[in-house]
Design a protein around this ligand. Structure first.
Ligand code: GLN
Length: 540
């Protein structure tokens, strides 16, 4: 029988529930079990593709083209497994299925009700995903915080599953213990309220992961234990760490893996966290530093900076840098600043390498194009991701091929469209059919021999994940190539430009896909690795 572990959050959001769930999965996997993870997003949106990245964070794309919450990326990175669309659900997706089924008379004419029909759909999806992944353990992260209205029906599904399979379901609460400036002591009360709230949904946590700035002391563990009906041994201290990759190691120090197994009456089948522990050692003592600038726009929320919009890019840089024994120093550079102040772009000289990541719409575009031009002309290692490739082609068309009003039809109606939407997108756009209709998920790509790209991958055929509507316009391929642009990867089925590079430059590569989605801690992505290698070389 499969084991199901529900992970819920208490006190506040953003304390690392996804990473905690992924870390638990990593530990169970290292003990010889197969593990998969599911993310439940309480939003009405059917997928994350229509949510603003500064509000909801990065849209992570799976192999089968689902636009998911960024936590799915954490699961893939920690578990080193592909996660598929069955493992992601939103309130919108659940209701859409139930309503469609009702319209098709699949409920046989009976009344369809919020309870139990909605939780039943949730349960059936959880079971289906676990079965498909052939997992011994299914981790299910319920988004949001206990006590809020939005995730109640998912908690109800979890409660019902426990009733159906009392020996196979476990609840983990990820809570937060604040240390207010005054009185300067760690407070357990918010966690006590969170547990009460969970209790009122009919759920008793089995384990509490206590997130805080520092480790929990015994006194606090006992206090939480007595008030929350959990033994002190099942309260796991989860202090802030410098790198999220330390978390599985820290959990293991608290013996979390064996505690979980014991609750299910299971025993460890092997012990294998060695590679991961070595990786963490490297993270802590890198010999070099490498400075990477990211020119983007999705990082301002009010007066705060949020890096969540580009999380897979950041992690991919880290994986590549650590594999070269370097610590990455990442700086956020506002594309809009380069638009307003013509000289500002010269600051890019300070960076060993520059990335222009994915993006949509006009804001900041001309600033990004200026940054690309500067990197091309000053031989600064450059990696353009998706929109980054499209803008590199526009820059090259304008400034090297002399096509002055070269642009993308996404950005200007009245331009020479070197970037244009595919014919099949036309009807979708006319019908305003925007949700889940971009070119999404894994596509094949054939590489051109004797290119930097080919030598990075070391093989002729690859597959990478996409999320975009627009493409390089094939009508301009000839003029671009004549002027020196190398098309180093194409999609053979649709004959589309997937990768470009420049000769006579230490590293200038743009990809129509998002290589960052396939980077894993112990398997850095080859293009990120070669980009970082070139950036380190650029220091001399
Ligand atoms: N806006 C561009 C497109 O839709 C690029 C998207 C992206 O960078 N993911 O084609």
């Amino acid at each position: 029988m499969k084991k199901y572990i529900f992970v819920v959050g208490g006190v506040m959001s953003g304390v690392g529930k996804g990473v905690a769930a992924a870390s638990m999965g990593k530990i169970l996997k290292s003990k010889g079990f197969s593990v998969t993870a599911i993310k439940i997003d309480p939003y009405i949106n059917v997928d994350a593709g229509t949510m603003n990245p500064t509000e909801h964070g990065e849209v992570f794309v799976t192999e089968d083209g689902d636009e998911c919450d960024q936590d799915v990326g954490n699961y893939e990175r920690f578990l080193d497994e592909n996660i598929y669309s069955d493992n992601y659900m939103t309130t919108g997706r659940i209701y859409q299925t139930v309503i469609n089924r009702e319209r098709n008379l699949e409920y046989g004419g009976r009344c369809v009700e919020v309870v139990p029909d909605i939780p039943n759909e949730v349960i059936s999806r959880i079971k289906k995903a676990g079965k498909k992944a052939k997992a011994d353990f299914v981790l299910i992260e319920i988004g949001g915080t206990v006590g809020e209205y939005q995730n109640l029906l998912f908690l109800e599904a979890a409660r019902m599953m426990k009733l159906q399979h009392p020996k196979d379901v476990l609840f983990v609460l990820v809570s937060y213990l604040p240390i207010p400036h005054f009185p300067g002591e760690m407070k357990t009360k918010p966690t006590q309220y969170a547990v009460r709230s969970l209790n009122s949904a009919g759920i008793q946590p089995d384990i509490i992961l206590a997130r805080s700035m520092v480790a929990l002391d015994e006194l606090r563990k006992r206090k939480i234990a007595v008030n929350c009906n959990v033994t002190p041994g099942d309260i796991i201290s989860a202090p802030d760490v410098e790198s999220i990759y330390e978390i599985p190691v820290n959990f293991e120090q608290e013996n979390l893996g064996n505690k979980i197994l014991k609750k299910f009456d299971l025993h460890s089948r092997k012990k294998d966290l060695k590679d991961w522990k070595n990786f963490v050692k490297i993270i802590k003592n890198p010999k070099k530093t490498v400075k990477v600038g990211i020119v983007g726009k999705y990082f301002e929320t009010g007066s705060f900076t949020l890096m969540d919009s580009y999380i897979s890019v950041i992690e991919a840089i880290k994986h590549a840098a650590y594999s070269l024994d370097a610590k990455p120093e990442i700086t956020w550079l506002s594309a809009e600043k380069y638009e307003k102040d013509a000289g500002a772009v010269a600051e890019l000289k300070k960076y060993d390498g520059v990335i222009v990541p994915g993006g949509f719409g006009n804001r900041g575009v001309e600033g990004k194009i200026k940054a690309i031009k500067f990197c091309r002309e000053h031989k600064i290692p450059f990696l353009g991701l998706c929109f980054g490739l499209q803008l590199s082609v526009i820059e090259f068309a304008r400034n090297v091929c002399g096509i002055e009003n070269a642009n993308s039809t996404e950005l200007s109606k009245d331009c020479t469209p070197v970037i244009d939407f595919m014919q099949e997108q036309k009807a979708l756009l006319a019908e305003k059919n925007y949700g889940g209709t971009m070119r999404l998920g894994a596509y094949d790509c054939k590489l051109k021999p004797m290119t930097k790209t080919f030598s990075a991958y070391g093989k002729p055929n690859i597959s990478e994940r996409h999320r975009h509507r627009y493409e390089v316009n094939n009508e301009f391929r000839e003029i671009l190539e004549k002027n020196g642009l190398i098309i180093s990867g194409i999609n053979p089925q649709k004959n589309l430009v997937e990768i470009i590079e420049l000769p006579d430059h230490p590293f200038f590569i743009g990809t129509q896909f998002h290589p960052e989605f396939k980077s894993r801690p112990l398997k850095p992505h080859p293009l990120f690795k070669e980009f970082v290698r070139a950036a380190i070389k650029n220091q001399k």
